[in-house]
Design a protein around this ligand. Sequence first.
Ligand code: 13P
Length: 252
Amino acid sequence: MRKIIIAGNWKLNKTSREAMSLVEELKREVLDIDGIDIVVCPPFTALDDVSEVVLDTNIALGAQNLYWQDSGAMTGEVSAPMLKDLGVQYVIIGHSERRQFFGDTNETVNKRIRAALTHALTPIVCIGENLPEREANKTFDVIRHQCEGSLANLTADEMKKIVLAYEPVWAIGTGKTATPQQAQEVHAFIRQLLGKLFNADVAQSVRIQYGGSVTPENIAALIAKPDIDGALVGGASLKAPSFAAIVKSAKK
Ligand code: 13P
């Protein structure tokens, strides 16, 4: 059985003070929830403060990116040891916004994954097609290419430590969710691909989140699908009641 994982990607939102108050509220709302992984991914600047608030709770801390070197002359970057030092457990890698606006490629995603694994951070690796690609029926080709490139040279044991997030770019921040059927179709394809690239055990054990306009209203139908193991939530993770409602609904 794959454990459900619900993660909030706060993107470029919340000062430290705002982040602490959001997570204080969230902590109370999800106090009784167990058997599910709950993760919040604030911006770098709030990680230190939020890590204190989530200490000894059922909420884990994630970052939104990392650089692949541990240290050096790389102005503006943040490394895996720096994140570990703050109690970070997860790191989002290759989000479509990083691929689109900050030059991330399958090759750099692969380097970031390697750095995360070296330092025992759990990568949440994002893949997904954009609208022209979907309309041209290229979704599966795009996903295959992203998986082959991003997950290159990983062993089966390493792959088992990774969480994948299928985020169709056309569904991000648009209010336009993939239907549960559309999402399931791609999740099943990814699982089948993991079987080919690694082995059947990897295919069965890797968790695949769906991301793109997830809300308290649509999570239940998504999570009911056999290959959807959680959600990577943007907008709806910025308010404690809506993120908590997603967590609670996913738990059922
Ligand atoms: P929204 O939930 O705001 O569409 O964002 C999804 C996302 O990009 C999560 O990483």
